[in-house]
Design a binder for this molecule. Sequence first.
Ligand code: RIB
Length: 304
Amino acid sequence: MNNKIVVVGSSNTDMILKSPRIPKPGETILGGVFTTAAGGKGANQAVAAARAGGNITFIARIGNDDLGRQSIKGFKKDGINIDYIKKDETAPSGVALIMVDEQGSNSIAVASGANANLIPDHIHEARNAIENSDILLMQLETPLETVVEAAKIAASVGVKTILNPAPAIPLPDHLLKNISIITPNEIEAEILTGISVRNTDSAMQATACLHEKGIETIIITLGAKGCYLSKDNIRKIIPGFSVKAIDTTAAGDTFNGAFAVALAEGLPIEEAVRFANAAGALSVTKEGAQPSIPYRKDIKAFLQ
Ligand code: RIB
């Protein structure tokens, strides 16, 4: 394998308010600090994979505006191939409003803008890149039919597909049969299977349900606790790393990007998950989505 990863997904600019706590509906609180940072689940995963050492092509749609141009600058800096990032003349670049509390937990609302216009035609334009990649990595902040199309192309030529089903929605079987690896968190696993994941037994039940849909590898991410991995005869928790959380935004994205790289490099699955757990843990020690994503050398040093 030579580490070629195609990421299909969203690009946002995050408008972040860090405040003592997240206000209830109808409530106003004072004392917050405002920042902006590059974000979007797709872009975060592309950046995480690039910084972890992958050769990344990102398929996305941005608006013809300053926020979009700023995002492109960042992708170029991270050495990401931007040939398939199209400018949309009808919609603005995606924006996410994020509230982060003192414990580092967040609430996010996204105005998709141009991300909602990433249609299957754009995937067809990038068909060659997908067919010649080692791994296709996707999430659910772009239209479902686009994800379906990309997975179909990848599966038809035996390219491994990773789906991070976030934000979660129930997914059709015809998509799931083309997914090699799925990486829901506990809430997403429940939305996909109807099984509430509270312990190892329920995690096993949820993974059994997803295996039945034809998915070979299931990784339920459990935050600081690590992950529950189910593949062939491996069914186990791969522990996470204990760090002081400042901001958990993009921890899952960092996990997915780093995991894709480790897998493309041929690491055994348990080691790939450990590498990804380390990357995810490092990301929560810093603020913001893309500003918090670690580089390969930092992940390696953390794992020493
Ligand atoms: O996963 C974190 C991301 O979700 C943020 O960067 C925000 O843009 C939303 O897409």
